[in-house]
Design a protein around this ligand. Structure first.
Ligand code: ADP
Ligand code: MG
Length: 248
């Protein structure tokens, strides 16, 4: 899963009506870098992740993933699909297809976005199900799975694409406390493989543990960033300090 792919987000601005939700965000990730994004609710963290693969269309941005560089002003459908092939997205609420089994949830994107044959996608899904420890749930529907198992399938679906960048949007915040541990364990395992990832999380201890860099956002801007020890133990900006006092 390691990659030599540099990632750059340049001049990302996003408005909803007159509300500027992201204001000139610039962020680069080196290959294998694990970056945690923290910040108050409503600050644009989800929108930032969604803009990276055009689930929300940025008003301005140049998104570069390796040799693919897409400018929001001129992005074509082909370029957007190419971006999506290179990024896996893990949603807060899992966003599984209720009428598809665990295996089908994993194969769906491989068949429709990647154009893989059913047989090849099934083989990849079985490999992923084994690595997330859910082989025995391959034919189960989401309703028959615990929240933790559903989110592990959500993560497996993103992993199966074997993209250059994994995006996690508060992957444990919809879970009952009893399921949080198994999901964090799985993300830890992926992080240990030096998968390049951007993870929005409210689990500060987890961010400290797995991230190479922590980015604090407020009001649609990056306020401060640095190694976990610097951000958590010696934040320089008063807004970062105030946020950390509230959440820790
Ligand atoms: P966070 O993930 O940091 O909590 P969001 O990215 O979800 O923040 O939201 C940032 C701001 O953008 C909020 O003010 C939110 O109400 C607004 N917003 C998000 N999505 C939409 C949308 N689809 N339409 C209008 N406003 C939106
Ligand atoms: Mg959010």
């Amino acid at each position: 899963m390691t990659t030599d792919c540099h990632i750059s987000i340049a001049g990302l601005t996003k408005r909803f009506g007159t509300n500027t939700v992201l204001n000139d965000i610039n962020l680069n990730l080196t290959p294998g870098e694990r970056v945690a994004i923290i910040g108050p609710s409503g600050t644009g963290k989800s929108t930032l992740l969604r803009c990276l693969n055009f689930l929300d269309r940025p008003d301005a941005a140049r998104i570069t993933i390796g040799d693919l560089s897409v400018d929001a002003a001129s992005a074509t459908r082909t370029e957007i699909l190419a971006l999506r092939r290179r990024t896996g997205f893990v949603f807060q609420n899992y966003a599984l297809f209720a009428n598809k089994t665990a295996r089908q949830n994993i194969t769906e994107g491989l068949v429709t976005v990647r154009g893989w044959s059913r047989a090849k996608a099934d083989a990849r899904a079985d490999e992923v199900l084994a690595s997330i420890g859910l082989t025995d749930k391959a034919d189960s529907y989401p309703a028959a799975l615990s929240g933790g198992q559903q989110q592990r399938i959500g993560i497996g679906r993103a992993m199966a694409l074997d993209g250059d960048l994994l995006l996690f949007d508060e992957p444990t915040s919809a879970l009952d406390p009893e399921w949080v541990g198994e999901v964090l364990d799985l993300i830890r395992q992926i992080a240990d493989g030096r998968q390049t990832m951007l993870i929005v999380t409210h689990e500060m201890q987890f961010a400290r543990e797995i991230a190479d860099r922590v980015v604090f956002m407020e009001g649609g801007r990056i306020v401060e960033q640095g190694p976990p020890a610097q951000i958590f133990d010696a934040p320089e900006d008063e807004r970062t300090r105030a946020f950390l006092r509230r959440v820790t």
